[in-house]
Design a protein around this ligand. Sequence first.
Ligand code: DGJ
Length: 535
Amino acid sequence: MTLTRTLIAASLLLATPALAQGDTPHIATKAGRHALIVDGAPFLILGGQVNNSSNYAAPLAKVWPVLDRIGANTVEAPIAWEQLEPQEGKFDFSFVQTLLDEARKHDKRIVLLWFGAWKNTGLSYTPDWVKLDNRRFPRMKTKDGQDHGVLSPHGAATLAADKRAYLALMTYIRDHDAQNTVILVQPENEVGSYKNPRDYSPAAQKLFDGPVPATLTKALQKPGGTWTTVFGDTADRAFNTWHTARYIEALASAGKAIKPLPMYVNAALGDPFGKPDPQALSSGGPQGDVIDIWKAAAPSIDFAAPDIYDRASRNVFKHLDLYTRPDNALMVPEIGNAAEYARYFWAALGRGAIGFAPFGMDDTGYYNYPLGAKRLDDATLDAFAQKYRALASAPWAKIAFDHPVWGAAKPDDGAPVSTTMGDWTITASFGQWQFGQRNWFPKADLPAWATEPTGGAVVAQVSANEFLFTGDHVRLNFAASQGSAPGGMIVKVEEGHFDKDVWIMDRIWNGDQTDYGLNLIDQPVWIKVTMGRYR
Ligand code: DGJ
């Protein structure tokens, strides 16, 4: 077989300026696109988050086989305050060290999840000496003066103690992780409060009756006033969002002073359409409609991120859109681990996502269905593994940082999805055999995947007329866009692979392989399409 080295593509792919090796991981942004830089180069998190109680040495052994099976390069793992500081001032870093050692042995990077004052809003991960001392570490008050099961963001002692523990963790990472096995940190987990939009204690009420900080009104370009005059009926939630974000800013800014790792916050999501209900939502969390408040309150937080447990494609696409911003790198730190969620990997990458991680990826025997999978059977694992292996074989993070990208996942109604990139329109359609058009064979049975929530692709426009893509259970058609000059056509379709950053053509697709669109079913290989125009 003749291998053709495509130098044009190579030079395009190498357009990112080289960064010094050994740089602390960080988020880089250019032309509205983002990259997580690890070891001086863009890095795509092909992640898996472990179950909540897998943050001990014993269950960790049941994590690696699952992550290896799906081809993950990163583990997302909690460090609980109760485990780090079981007695006040006495720290136990043994699990942190075990995690570092084992991740390195299994060739994985780490996203550290700090389960401190808030974990899914609740205080269950705090040490007993915090849980049991409501005077020192006050819970929020409800409107009628009762304790709510969530710590108040206004508790000065809570912040001081939580921050001290978090900084002890960051110090340990600084001193024991010179090679940057830890690439990202999440201070707290799904913060906010359910069914009690804010703290109604007298001290919090006093703050609420005062002026909205000028930093916030200025950032939102709103006139000054009280929380009620500025935010109307969303005032309670805006107030709790600001104060929760300020609390986390205190952890993040001090943590970064120790080791400037990128830090992010994750959101328990509500309905992305319509008016959010502050009673039902985790009020205070970084949901899509309050990202601007978070940006103003917590400038040390690199990005806010959606935890996706909503199966409806319309909602998923909207959530992804809300977190895709020039000032916010998209990452999906949690998504249900049922097979149908795997197709959203393509939708996330197509919006420039820097990472993706299904939740509950270990073999400890716990399954969070109906949010995720009933079982991690082979079909479920393969749905993630196939995609991760394809992406691991390409310098995707670098390509996506340097070039426009687009992705499609099969919507619930199975309808085709298309976009226009420059002079070319790309259409992704689903549920077809590889050969021919459906209407030519009205009596032929449909493929199994026609009725399954599976299928998608991701495309990069590497030059005006060149595209790279991969995907599964999808047909892609490339055509001249409406109104563009006549004579537009596909000139060449190559299947290939990457040798580091260099595209290597393995064969040219033609005939049946191109006559009916470019079909990728259960083998997500890499394809390069060159478009052109005859005269
Ligand atoms: C979202 C949380 O962030 C996770 O820790 C976990 O509780 C899942 N929900 C559900 O299992």
